[in-house]
Design a protein around this ligand. Structure first.
Ligand code: PMP
Length: 654
């Protein structure tokens, strides 16, 4: 967050740019920012507007409190200006004062931040992929060979008039190229910046090719010295590809510089998230301009999603505990003196990032590309809760949504931890076994007759590997008075669709997912609960705060933003599973291989005990599932080599 002094300083710059004593201009004059106002009445675009609380430049404006707004309204009245604009307020801020004062939000895109919590190349490899990283490095090296890189403190600018002139010229050309009507970074604005409160923290960077200035920009260090705002830049080249080249090369250089200086983030300004993601940005905070105009209708009151009707006391009366309450406040630019941690030992000494909204969006977007997940991208991030693995999700939902004594139904053979957690929480367990040759049919009638508070299904089912009958699952969700939980830990390996998108429709459905299986992140302990926002709220209230560690968040972000490798490996595992199923089916010690839509095979053996002993003797560990399905073992699909080793070991068993 910027200090009020910073906002004042930037407002002086705006006044200088506008050539006026008061920060009053038409919305149309705000240059590129006019795009955000396209949907407004053209008359509003032309009207004089008091720009308050900040400037339309990239750095964000803290949401003003009511006394600031009173002052702003008073000033507007004394200037006889009918409109007020408070630009670039984070959507996650408390905007109640703005609403109460009759201002209306106008979406203004997102601020894009690249967080730098480790080696720059490692980070970028995870975020943009190895190929793109090579490309960034190549551009950087090429640019470094023929373009210099100088940095000039703004407080020293008076002694370098050539840099000042170059800045003005390049920005003027930049503005003409993009057809803007006004250049907010003109010489007067630059002077105001160079003699204002930000001068000591702001520097100009200049790149020259054979003594001709080809790029200029402004970098401002954040007030707590932890990050860098990339305020503006202009490049002198007619070719858009060459301009992009130099921009990208400079950004990579800036990341290296920021990292070497011990900074934690670089703020890339506002922009299109996809484009900036390709440049390494990993945090996108939605912004709004807030506008008060005589003919603009006040915004409709946003209703907080109601807590789920399934929330069990005392969850109905307790708040989300501890700092997790503030999860919507992005913390990248806060001076945090609240955590009682040791500031001298690097990034890991800080508590984990609480704002996981962007990561949630990344998960939903990435997963929606999988077959059978088309509708998942349309879910809101309020439908999602990150948990410490899917098993943690089971514990949370039982604790938040069932009271001691209420029945939990499980359908054996299935994952044993469901019944385990239910018992631990003093919830009676009702077992309604699966039926049919493939153990894939639910006994819906018996489940409904038991009238459980929660029914937990595993689909695809561990240890069998099959999918449950779709019509029966639907019948259960629509027929029960209680909740239905579908653990989809293995669904990425399945040919049939996920139930995830249905959580929008059914408030009694919870879908559990994990990054432990197909996504290869069992060590990061990341599960995902998808449910109605009111259910997610209830789960949050029982969740131990700050359990999603920095290291996990990083691993998850890297895996999801660079998902190609995982997607390719899922296809490989499926192919290898089918090969193994065929090879095992013809094997003399094997009685039956169950059909599988997972990354394991349930195999019934002729001489179960003996074969298990022999595999153990050969140093091969498979799961002995004889206690769940007689005479079976569950074999995970490994690498081709490991799978062949298993086949060989079975061949020598008799
Ligand atoms: N659900 C099922 C059906 C599983 O088989 C497993 C792993 N054995 C889990 C959940 C555990 O997932 P996580 O690692 O996310 O806790």
């Amino acid at each position: 967050m910027r200090r009020p002094a910073d906002i004042d300083a930037l407002q002086h710059v705006l006044c200088a740019a506008l050539g006026s004593r008061e920060p009053v201009c038409s919305l149309a004059q705000l240059g590129q920012d006019a795009d955000a106002f396209n949907t407004l009445d053209p008359a509003m675009l032309k009207r004089p507007t008091l720009v308050g609380g900040g400037t339309p430049y990239s750095p964000t404006t803290p949401a003003p409190a009511s006394h600031t707004l009173d002052e702003l309204i008073r000033r507007a009245q004394s200037l006889d200006v009918p409109q007020i604009l408070v630009p670039n307020v984070r959507r996650s801020d408390d905007t109640s004062a703005l609403r109460a004062a009759g201002l209306v939000p106008v979406p203004a895109g997102s601020e894009c931040v690249s967080r730098l919590t480790g080696d720059v190349d490692d980070l970028l490899r995870g975020r943009v992929g190895a190929g793109r990283l090579r490309d960034l490095r190549r551009r950087h090296h090429a640019a470094s060979r023929d373009v210099t890189w100088e940095r000039i403190r703004l407080s020293e600018l008076d002694r370098k008039p050539w840099a000042r002139d170059a800045f003005a010229q390049l920005h003027q050309r930049h503005m003409e190229r993009y057809g803007g009507s006004h250049n907010p970074y003109n010489p007067d604005a630059l002077d105001a910046l160079a003699h204002g409160a930000l001068a000591d923290r702001t520097e100009m960077f200049v790149r020259r090719r054979e003594n001709t200035v080809v790029q200029v920009g402004l970098l401002s260090e954040s007030h707590n010295g932890r990050g860098l705002y990339y305020l503006t830049q202009a490049i002198d080249h007619e070719d858009p590809a060459a301009r992009h080249n130099l921009y990208v090369a400079s950004l990579y250089r800036l990341y290296l510089h920021a990292r070497r200086s011990g900074l934690d983030w670089v703020h890339l300004g506002r922009g299109d998230a996809e484009g900036k993601r390709g440049l390494g940005a990993d945090l996108f905070v939605p912004l709004d301009h807030w506008l008060r105009a005589p003919d603009l209708a006040p915004p409709e009151e946003e209703e907080e999603p109601a807590l789920s009707r399934f929330a069990a006391p005392p969850v109905t009366t307790v708040p989300v505990p501890g700092p997790a309450r503030f999860r919507h406040r992005p913390r990248f630019d806060l001076l945090d003196l609240s955590g009682n941690t040791n500031p001298f030992l690097g990034a890991e000494s800080r508590y984990p990032e609480l704002d996981t909204v962007e990561l949630a969006r990344t998960y939903l977007t990435t997963v929606s590309k999988l077959p059978g997940h088309e509708g998942v991208g349309a879910l809101s991030t309020d439908h999602l809760l990150f948990t410490s693995g899917a098993v943690d999700g089971v514990m949370l939902l039982l604790a938040a949504l069932a009271s001691p004594g209420e029945r939990v139904c499980v359908t054996p053979p299935t994952f044993e931890l469901y019944a385990h957690f239910a018992s631990v929480l003093r919830l009676p367990v009702v077992e309604v076994p699966l039926r049919g040759e493939d153990l894939s049919e639910l006994d819906t009638e018996r489940i409904l007759a038991a009238d459980p508070r929660v029914t937990i299904l595993c689909d695809p089912n561990n240890p069998v590997g099959t999918r449950l009958g779709r019509a029966q699952v639907h019948a259960l969700v629509t027929g029960t008075r209680g909740l239905v939980v579908i653990d989809e830990a293995y669904v990425e390996f399945s040919e049939n669709p996920s139930y995830a998108e249905l959580v929008e429709e059914y408030d009694n459905l919870i879908v559990l997912r994990t990054l432990s299986k197909a996504w290869g992140l069992a060590g990061a302990r990341c599960g995902i609960a998808l449910a109605h926002p009111g259910v997610v709220d209830a789960l949050r209230r029982v969740q131990v705060p700050l359990g999603f560690t920095n290291a996990s968040q990083r691993a998850v972000r890297d895996r999801l933003t660079n998902s190609q490798r995982a997607l390719v490996s899922i296809r490989r595992i499926r192919a290898e599973r089918d090969r193994m199923a065929a090879a095992l089916a013809g094997h003399p010690v094997v009685d039956r291989v169950f059909p599988s839509e997972t990354n394991f095979l349930l195999v019934r053996l002729h001489k179960h005990e003996r074969v298990m002993d022999q595999l153990r003797g050969a140093g091969i560990l498979v799961a002995d599932t004889g206690g769940l399905v007689p005479a079976t073992c569950r074999i995970s699909i490994g690498t081709r080599r490991a799978n062949n080793t298993l086949l060989e070991a079975l061949s020598s068993a008799r």
